[in-house]
Design a binder for this molecule. Structure first.
Ligand code: SAM
Ligand code: SF4
Length: 346
């Protein structure tokens, strides 16, 4: 077992949990932590080809600061799941230590990772040993030219190796996240599903959301969940899975009677905001109560100016009170958040 430096000390006394409740009765227990806004791909639905102005290093939380916020989240606010994301979280050197530190909290949360997979083939075992429970790898196509067209990098082979390494390291179920773009990879959705089923990966299609830095999203151009179903139905029979979905965003379907499944996350056309149990922390220490929030609450300043754990927890709770009932993408007044997806943490 690898040793990691930022494992928190054991708790000395029990702390009362006052959860992250909002004004609509929702309670956030699932924390998405963005570890960096940097990335080594340039997916067209996320970033411009030239990349973005990255956050200055001194504004990014250190590993110890991230661990302190995780501890406050778990011990005082009832966080039960932690997902590390970004930007590309594998670019963060301290990732195995952060995973180990998160798992060492009491109660130990579920810890997962959303990644583009570049470098995962080398690190999957270390991450599994650090206690990582699961991984979601983003892969929109198994065609090399399409992968290059979408991500602007010729790295399909790395992602395929990453998926195999994750499976071999026991980070299962290995999930694949795919976004379909009209005229680019949408015609090959059934092919991607067939490949994932053959390899034993759980595929979920995600509707494209208005979170790209270039503001290129349009409702008319996005591929809707209905279109995804229609495309998959040309080759497969999909049967809705008869299970309570809870707060899970994906609608699950059995493929050709099962046991293989496919998920569709219809964030835009069938929002699931009413059941949302998520809260987000950006790499520079801002709490976002929603992907589409237009306001943020700064935890970095109090963290760096001597605030107590309970003072920080209180700020975090207050941040949840402004959570809106829904994302409002279809409202005329909808405004895309200033931060792009890569700086929020998807
Ligand atoms: N770099 C990592 C990755 O790609 O998995 C983690 C961060 S990325 C922002 C997280 C997820 O958001 C990925 O699955 C990606 O496909 C998805 N994503 C990015 N931009 C999106 C958009 N505009 N609409 C829907 N999903 C998006
Ligand atoms: Fe990078 Fe992930 Fe955005 Fe693609 S979706 S550019 S891999 S952060």
């Amino acid at each position: 077992m690898t040793k990691h430096s930022c494992v928190p000390p054991p708790r000395l006394c029990s702390v009362t949990i006052t959860p992250l409740a909002d004004r609509f009765g929702r309670v956030a227990t699932d924390l998405r932590v963005s570890l960096t806004d940097r990335c080594n791909l340039r997916c067209s639905y996320c970033m411009p080809a030239e990349g973005l102005d990255w956050m200055p290093t001194d504004e990014v939380l250190t590993d110890d600061e991230v661990v302190r916020l995780l501890r406050i989240g778990v011990e005082r606010l009832g966080i039960r799941e932690v997902r590390f994301t970004g930007g590309e979280p594998l670019l963060r050197r301290g990732l195995p230590g952060l995973v180990a530190a998160a798992k060492a909290l009491d109660p130990s949360p579920e810890v997962s990772l959303t990644t583009n997979g570049l470098g995962l083939a080398r690190t999957a075992v270390a991450l599994a040993e650090a206690g990582l429970d699961r991984v979601n790898v983003s892969l929109d196509t198994v065609r090399r030219e399409e992968f290059l067209a979408i991500t602007r990098r010729d790295r399909l082979h790395d992602v395929i190796a990453a998926l195999a390494a994750a499976r071999a390291a026991g980070l299962e179920p290995v999930k694949v996240n795919a976004v379909l773009l009209r005229g680019v990879n949408d015609a090959h959705a059934p092919e991607l599903l067939r490949w994932c089923i053959e390899q034993g990966y759980a595929l979920r299609f995600i509707e494209q959301m208005p979170l790209d830095a270039q503001h290129g999203w349009s409702r008319a151009a996005m591929i809707t969940a209905e279109e995804i179903f229609a495309s998959l139905a040309t080759e497969f029979t999909l049967t809705p899975v008869d299970e309570d979905r809870g707060s899970a965003p994906a609608e699950e379907f059995l493929v050709d009677g099962g046991p293989a499944r496919v998920g569709v996350i219809a964030s835009v056309t069938r929002p699931f905001c009413g059941d949302c149990d998520r809260v987000r922390l950006t790499a520079d220490g801002q709490v976002r109560n929603c992907l589409f929030a237009r306001e943020e609450s700064d935890l970095r300043t109090p963290l760096r100016s001597g605030a107590s754990d309970e003072e920080i927890a209180d700020r975090w709770r207050i941040a949840m009170l402004g959570k809106r009932p829904g994302h409002g993408i279809d409202d005329e007044s909808f405004l895309q958040p200033t931060r792009p997806m890569s700086a929020i943490g998807g």
